[in-house]
Design a protein around this ligand. Structure first.
Ligand SMILES: [Ca+2]
Length: 229
């Protein structure tokens, strides 16, 4: 029978612990700075789309490719964007609007990657569009084509926010597993993350700054390791 041996390893590694702002329940767009390609009149300002009321709306004039933008001030991993359509008339005006997210202001942010294209939203309704963690500081809506009008009664952005705090921790591990093995390293990160989540710390990201290095093999000769048959 092949003999297997189990050794006790002592490893040293440096772990990055990042705390991020905003869970997925907080609207990151609320009262952030907004702009739009044109404004119908002062009652329909771009900020009406982030004022927390679903009855106040932004409104452009009829033009080619009207757009609206909110600046989240920091890069977010956007999980979803909720759009509330107008209910007083012409809900079909929103049809075909693209939701774009990214860090670039090229073409006023309208060249950033597309999260979703709005097929239709019934009058006065709020629809949520999944963005799968698309990263960006700016969220734009733009309707391709000529003689289009963009009206938005509320835009809500949900996702993980900016890094609030970052710590580097030096950790010594006493393990029966070789933590220099890449699979074991990732497994350890998952277990540490799970342990923090059990204590309610879900807005924390863990990563290795310096992977564990074996500093001592407590029983360094195979024949002196604990034997496992
Ligand atoms: Ca509003």
């Amino acid at each position: 029978m092949k003999k297997l041996y189990e050794c006790l390893w002592i490893s040293l590694g440096f772990l990055s612990i990042q705390e991020t702002a905003n869970g997925t329940d907080e609207n990151a767009a609320f009262w952030r700075n907004t702009s739009q390609s044109s404004t119908w009149d002062s009652l329909w300002s771009s900020s009406n789309a982030v004022d927390g009321s679903r009855t106040t709306c932004s409104h452009t004039i009829s033009q080619t490719e009207p757009w609206w933008r909110v600046d989240l001030l920091n890069e977010y991993q956007v999980k979803s964007v909720a759009i509330t359509n107008r209910d007083n008339c012409c809900p079909e005006q929103i049809n075909g609007a693209e939701i774009r997210i990214g860090n670039s202001l090229e073409n006023n942010g309208n060249n950033n990657p597309i999260c979703s294209v709005i097929a239709a939203i019934p009058a006065g309704q709020s629809y949520s569009f999944s963005c799968n963690g698309l990263e960006g500081r700016y969220v734009n809506l733009i309707i391709p084509g000529d003689m289009k009008i963009l009206t938005l009664c509320e835009v809500e952005v949900f996702g993980k926010g900016p890094v609030l705090k970052r710590s580097i921790v030096r950790m010594m591990f006493n393990s029966r597993e070789d933590l220099t093995d890449p699979k074991m390293k990732e497994n350890l990160i998952m277990r540490l993350g799970s342990a923090l989540a059990d204590r309610g710390l879900t807005n924390v990201t863990l990563s290795w700054i310096q992977s564990p290095k074996q500093v001592i093999q407590k029983v360094n000769a195979p024949k002196r390791c604990i034997k496992v048959l």
